[in-house]
Design a protein around this ligand. Structure first.
Ligand SMILES: [Zn+2]
Length: 415
């Protein structure tokens, strides 16, 4: 062979594939590959999970990330959030300390109505900036994807503004979002004397327009005393279903009167809250195996309630589930899924593995991302967090401290 001939590739290089990123030296990677501590990533997807020594032999990486003994978990997926609010409602905390209940605060003109006034007064730019700030707080706690509801506009103009703000904030922050129209959060004050008229506006104007503008993939309704009754809930959900929108329902939070059964009948994606879930509702969910139970265990803590969703019974019945923050200004002001996982372990008696499933693949599945997000297996999105936890059993064990140190979306680190 002459000196000018191309150098043959070494046998080692010939068998190596290239990858964009090799994450190594973690305390472990949660996934289906037992004992994995490394990930190979390209094009925003996981190529392979395994031992660092194995992946190094297999891949030539453009960039390497030293996991420095941190625990690698899938990016958290928050399946229930209300980020489209303009200001917090800290003053209501004092009202609660005086003994006022959630629905009494709403009747006083506080609660959801005060958030509606603030959203209507805010410009779209101001609201977008607020939602982006909320998304960044969620990202700092490891949330890489979420469901995000409108619901503080309660008019076509203000619901559209809220949903546009959600999408613009997602673009600005890199949060992956599935938007939900919650125009049926509450009957706005201007229609309190004639709620049926607002229902007609919802079904004939707001939902068709939101759908036509492509602003939401799903709808939600608060079926509860003081909000929407069962008959109105059915009319709204059926109108949304005819438009091809997914259905999510706030159900059985304070009173149980058939909301879960209705949602299951209409093949809803999820029923969320369930603190007062009835036996017949649980039976309907167990038979469905499609409608997810959305567990929001920090909400009763925030509202000073004793009742908890019957999570152990739901899991024993094989009901698919997720755990979410319900991040909102009035009934659960936390952006942190690791913190909420702690409440899931304490108040719902879930194991660390069950809590982790709830904030990752369980939530992803309920949002239609079951083949893309919530796992660090080959082919899934390379959304992951590095946490200062020695192992999976420590997830949700401590509280009051954010374990998330680094956050990656599609293989790229968030700054
Ligand atoms: Zn909610």
């Amino acid at each position: 062979m002459s000196d000018t001939a191309p150098r043959p590739e070494t046998a080692e290089n010939q068998i190596k594939q290239s990858c964009e990123l090799l994450l190594h030296s973690t305390a472990g990677i949660l996934g289906t590959v037992e004992g994995a501590d490394a990930l190979a990533i390209s094009d925003g997807k996981v190529l392979s999970a395994g031992l660092g020594s194995t992946l190094r032999a297999q891949y030539r990486a453009i960039e390497e990330v030293d996991g420095k003994g941190l625990l690698g978990l899938p990016g958290f997926v928050d399946g229930h959030t209300h980020p489209a609010f303009a200001v917090g409602r800290a003053q209501e905390f004092d009202w609660r300390a005086e003994g006022l209940e959630y629905l009494e605060i709403a009747a006083r003109g506080g609660g959801i109505h005060s958030s509606v006034r603030a959203v209507r007064e805010a410009s779209e730019e101001q609201l977008t900036a607020q939602v982006a700030a909320h998304f960044r707080r969620m990202q700092r706690h490891g949330t890489t994807a979420c469901e995000a509801k409108s619901g503080y506009g309660l008019s076509l103009e203000d619901e559209s503004k809220s949903l546009r703000a959600i999408h613009a904030a997602a673009d600005a922050t890199g949060m992956r979002v599935r938007a939900t129209c919650l125009a049926a959060h509450m009957v706005p004050q201007e229609f309190q004397e004639d709620p049926s008229y607002y229902l007609e506006i919802l079904c004939n104007e707001i939902l068709p327009s939101i759908c036509q503008q492509g602003l939401a993939e799903a709808v939600d309704v608060f079926i509860e005393r003081g909000a929407f009754d069962l008959e109105a809930g059915r009319r709204y959900l059926e109108a949304a279903q005819e438009l091809g929108l997914g259905l999510r329902v706030h159900a059985d939070q304070f009173h149980s009167f058939g909301a879960v059964e209705l949602a299951v009948e209409l093949s809803a994606e999820s029923v969320d809250h369930l603190e007062v879930l009835s036996d017949s509702g649980l039976e309907a969910l167990a038979l469905s195996r499609k409608t997810h139970a959305g567990l929001l265990p920090a909400v009763p803590h925030f509202l000073r309630q004793q009742a908890n969703a019957p999570a152990r019974r739901l899991l024993a019945a094989g009901v698919p589930y997720f755990i979410a923050t319900d991040f909102n200004p009035g009934s659960c002001y936390t952006p942190s899924l690791p913190e909420v996982a702690h409440f899931a372990r304490i108040r719902l008696n879930l194991s660390a593995a069950e809590a982790l499933h709830g904030v990752t693949h369980g939530a992803a599945t309920s949002l239609g991302w079951g083949e893309q997000k919530g796992r660090l297996d080959p082919g899934f999105d390379a959304d992951f967090v590095l946490c200062e936890l020695p192992d999976e059993a420590h997830f949700g064990y401590g509280f009051g401290e954010n374990p998330v140190r680094r956050v990656f979306v599609g293989g790229k680190e968030l700054s």
